[in-house]
Design a protein around this ligand. Structure first.
Ligand SMILES: Nc1ncnc2c1ncn2[C@@H]1O[C@H](COP(=O)(O)OP(=O)(O)OP(=O)(O)O)[C@@H](O)[C@H]1O
Length: 247
């Protein structure tokens, strides 16, 4: 049986005036896959991700997420995804419990299940003693773990993570990735952008965008072999060196 495709794009393009931010990208992501979406600043990752989240229309090409068309069914897409970004995260001036309740409500979880899920999550993360503390008082690594857990509380088909672990050390990143693996094992597809090459190594597959196009795509092991280098840093540097856009 063919593995089920959760994200499908074909010649997906987005222009801003004459400028082509996303240029003819085509790829598929399978159920439960951890897909790394890499590229230098300005490569077009955020633009592509906005399209896949149903927030921005493409100029041309095809894209479906969880079986829904980004042109016509973007509201259905929003119901089936989770989203986490380092930049828009939890409310610092609400407690852990209040944040979980707030975001769970936004994702449409009913009040009764939300109460149960919220307590389960607090226990699972070992946050009992911190549950009624303000999020602002917690270390960054904890905020990221809570933020991720909240983004998948409604059991979405896909979770989009935009540089989820910025600013924390490799050990804390590794712990975060253990949570990603758990989500993926439950069948949640993970679409993640990162600038950290240790994280690129943790992905099942990665694509690397250069100047709006996908310059390489494959398993980390395949890409390292293809470029004749020891690590993903080497792959990334070879491709990024040729980039015209930079910021
Ligand atoms: N609304 C817009 N109007 C005009 N140009 C835009 C718009 N949004 C993005 N761009 C341009 O498209 C290009 C790609 O931007 P995008 O934010 O997608 O890159 P990125 O790979 O996500 O980079 P970063 O990692 O810095 O966020 C950039 O040159 C940017 O200036």
């Amino acid at each position: 049986m063919m593995p089920e495709i959760v994200i499908h794009t074909e010649n997906l393009t987005r222009r801003f005036g004459d400028f082509v931010a996303v240029n003819n990208i085509s790829f598929d992501v399978k159920v439960g896959e951890i897909f790394g979406f890499l590229g230098a600043n300005g490569a077009g990752k955020t633009t592509a991700m906005k399209i896949l989240c149903g927030l921005l229309s493409p100029s041309s090409g095809v894209a479906t997420v969880a079986g829904f068309d980004v042109y016509k069914e973007n509201e259905r897409i929003k119901e089936n995804i989770g989203y986490m970004s380092q930049k828009f995260s939890l409310y610092e001036n609400l407690t852990v419990r209040e944040n979980i309740t707030f975001f769970g409500g936004i994702y449409g979880i009913d009040r009764k299940s939300l109460k149960i899920k919220s307590e389960e999550l607090i226990q699972r993360l070992g946050l009992g003693p911190e549950a009624d503390k303000l999020v602002g008082s917690l270390p960054l690594g904890w905020k990221q773990k809570i933020s991720f857990s909240v983004a998948i509380l409604h059991n979405p088909k896909v979770v989009f993570l935009d540089e989820p672990t910025g600013g924390v050390d490799p050990i804390t990143r590794r712990q975060f990735w253990d949570m990603i693996y758990e989500a993926s094992a439950k069948g949640i597809t993970v679409f993640v952008t990162t600038h950290y090459m240790d994280e690129a190594e943790y992905c099942d597959r990665v694509s690397i965008m250069v100047d709006g196009a996908i310059a390489a795509i494959g398993k980390p092991s395949e890409l390292k072999q293809q470029f004749g280098v020891e690590n993903m840093d080497g792959v990334f540097l070879q491709l990024a060196r040729g980039a015209k856009r930079s910021e």
